[in-house]
Design a protein around this ligand. Structure first.
Ligand code: XBP
Ligand code: MG
Length: 262
């Protein structure tokens, strides 16, 4: 049994928005093109590469599989850094163009958090500039005011699945792990939250729909629908009611262990 919910910790990519396939992937390909590299990641290859957390780390990993990548480690690192910076610029352009929406139900849960004094944090592997682009576009220029802690890729020594991002977020919020719930979409994100003892619920995303996920308190298709969740949420007070804080609190109190096998 957890204490009353004091904080909700949001993952970004895949959880707040489906940013990977039509956002980061497309931006990486534009970065390759802008440097005249004959590289391109199709949807399937990018899905494989998502096993590596962090865009720059993903690039470094992909280069180990290419015969046309620089041979010297220092040159590889410099190229990955340059490409990653270019990618983040193209990503911001895509977001500013309005091509990536927030996932359904996200804004409603954020609004409930504000109304009920449940503090929110961002706990992500993504670069701060990418979070800024996404949330500025969807929450407005003052978006940071909605979050009591914002922990991004640059703020940690070790990215997810390491629990560091969640440990830092808890410390910044001043709450214990059982006073919080994390919302994630990927096996790595779930592992990171669990490693910090934070109960974690999963809204499955395009790339991780069929992945193996273990030890969540709930798994479902999205916050905007009650069908398809395990455990089932409490009976809805009105038809078509989305998932809300009461459901999240109930799952946290139940502390079930739900898995999905890929
Ligand atoms: C997200 C990621 C990130 C993004 C790109 O993981 O792995 O690498 O793909 O971000 P999570 P950067 O949703 O678990 O936080 O290019 O800024 O690293
Ligand atoms: Mg994610």
């Amino acid at each position: 049994m957890t204490n009353r919910l004091k904080a909700l910790l949001w993952d970004v990519d895949g959880t707040l928005a489906e940013t990977e396939r039509d956002g980061h992937r497309v931006a990486f390909n534009r970065a390759f093109e802008s440097l005249g590299l004959p590289w391109s990641w199709d949807e399937a290859r990018y899905g494989e590469l998502l096993a590596v957390a962090g865009g720059r780390e993903r690039l470094m990993h992909d280069m180990t599989t290419r015969s046309d990548a620089p041979v010297l480690a220092g040159e590889r690192e410099a190229l990955a850094r340059e490409l990653h910076e270019l990618k983040n610029g193209f990503y911001a352009e895509i977001i500013e163009g309005g091509q990536i929406a927030l996932r359904g139900g996200v804004l409603a849960v954020m609004q409930q958090c504000r109304e009920r004094g449940v503090r929110m944090a961002i706990a992500t592997t993504t670069s701060r500039s990418n979070v800024d682009a996404l949330l500025r576009r969807h929450l407005g220029r003052q978006w940071t005011e909605a979050f009591a802690a914002i922990v991004c890729g640059e703020d940690v020594q070790r990215k997810k699945p390491d629990p560091e991002v969640y440990q830092r977020a808890l410390r910044a919020l001043g709450v214990g792990p059982l006073e919080a719930v994390a919302i994630e979409d990927s096996p790595g994100g779930v592992a990171a939250a669990r490693g910090a003892d934070v109960p974690v619920m999963v809204t499955t995303s395009a790339y991780f729909d069929h992945s193996t996920i273990e030890g969540a308190i709930a798994i479902g298709p999205g916050l905007d629908r009650r069908e398809g969740w395990r455990p089932a949420p409490r009976p809805a007070a009105r038809p078509a009611e989305p998932i809300g804080l009461e459901d999240i609190e109930a799952w946290a109190a139940q502390m079930d262990s739900v898995s999905q096998h890929g």
